[in-house]
Design a protein around this ligand. Structure first.
Ligand code: THG
Length: 367
């Protein structure tokens, strides 16, 4: 890929870039100012392989924002409407971060890595600046920075087998969104049962860039008979599984309730957290629109920015992500839909550059 991307401090390589390049990466996007692979063989071939075998993903672009100090926990609880009381070093929490209007600033996974230290594993948006500004304005005793930590994901139905060969059988005892420390080659690796696919697996929070390639190489060598390959988050599979993409499916114009993340909005936080009052009002009045899984008929052009949704001639929302799914033989999509039209089974239309297409609201994601 050299010559396509100008590597610099502005578009950063990752500790795993040598492995990704020798595996023949065909496309990247830039995520938190860092390269994130998006395709190896083809999106469809990568999808098939992910659902059958096991892949190693360079998701170092999921950067950590560290909060450390006497007020770290208090600040974390202030910026998310999710009750973090259960957060401890054995558990990760998916935590929407909201602004003062309840708009989503990010949707990170929160981890507690020490008594007074927390990490937010973020999607692209300036979380570090947002938290630093809040800390400065409210006089919080907390340090905020981006540590040298790079997530590496092991995803797919054979992920348990592969992870056990490196970290030992105990890693398979981790429940969903549980984490722990597992020893390999003298290092205690932070491993969580999580990852941006519905196929199961783990994420290793690699501390120290120099530790990245040794782990990458060991996983590739240990998984040869499992048909392990380099992979990456897959545009089709993640829609089927209903994993949201901040910046695409959701932005600061959407609240977590509108994003369908109401289960991560805790009533007991709404008097104190940022945006809480607005979220309380929205919960009491009922949301006026909601992110919904929708199915779209026909042969569609490649998805771009967004497509408008119509009920007859009335604009009722927009399609925010859409991919053809080989397994479900339809176009799987995520749309923001106005209240009167969001019931499962509602038939709508969208407008693409090649014409109108029939849309049907579903009751659930595909997986
Ligand atoms: N892993 C890590 N960091 C990340 C992501 C990740 N940072 C960026 C981005 N992804 C953050 N967004 C998400 C979105 C969805 C999930 C995790 C991070 C996710 N959701 C599950 C679901 O919706 O089914 C489970 C949520 C739950 O039940 O707690 O996994 O992927 N390290």
């Amino acid at each position: 890929m050299k010559g396509i991307v100008d590597y610099s401090r502005r578009v950063r390589t990752t500790p795993f870039t040598p492995g990704v390049e020798s595996a023949g990466v065909k496309n990247y996007l830039v995520y938190n100012h860092m390269l994130l692979p998006t395709m190896f063989e083809s999106v469809e071939a990568d999808y098939r392989h992910l659902k059958q075998h096991v892949q190693i993903w360079d998701v170092a672009g999921e950067r950590q924002v560290a909060l450390k100090g006497p007020d770290a926990r208090r600040q974390l609880q202030l910026v998310t409407p999710r009750d973090c009381a259960r957060l401890d070093p054995t558990r990760c929490l998916y935590t929407p971060i909201c602004d003062q209007h309840g708009g989503m600033m990010n949707d990170p996974i929160a981890l507690q890595v020490d008594e007074d230290e927390y990490w937010l594993s973020i999607a692209p948006s300036p979380v570090e600046a947002w938290l630093y500004g809040i800390a400065a304005a409210t006089g919080m005793d907390v340090e905020i920075w981006e540590p040298d930590v790079s997530p590496l994901a092991i995803q797919g139905p054979k992920a348990d087998q592969l992870a056990a060969r490196i970290f030992g059988d105990a890693v398979n005892d981790l429940g969903f969104f549980r984490c722990g420390r597992f020893e390999w080659k003298g290092i205690n690796w932070l491993v969580a049962r999580s990852g941006w696919s519905g196929q199961g697996g783990f994420e290793v929070y690699v501390e120290g860039a120099e530790n990245g390639m040794p782990l990458w190489d060991a996983l590739m060598a240990a998984g040869k008979d499992l048909n392990v390959r380099a992979g990456c988050p897959n545009a089709i599979e993640r829609i089927e599984s209903g994993l949201l993409s901040y910046g695409g499916d959701i932005t600061r114009n959407d609240t977590p309730l509108q994003a369908g993340l109401g289960r991560y909005v805790s009533d007991n936080q709404l008097d104190t957290c940022w945006g809480g009052r607005r979220l309380k009002e929205e919960r009491e009045a009922g949301s006026t629109r909601m992110l919904r899984p929708v199915e779209i008929d026909g042969v569609l052009p490649a998805f771009s920015e967004s497509w408008p949704l119509f009920a007859g001639e009335t604009r009722v929302g927009d399609v925010r992500a859409c991919q053809y799914s080989p397994d479900f033989a339809t176009n799987v999509a995520i749309a923001m839909v106005d209240r009167d039209y969001w019931d499962a089974g509602t038939e709508l239309e969208t407008q693409t550059v090649t014409g109108r297409a029939a849309v049907k609201v579903r009751d659930a994601f595909w997986k």
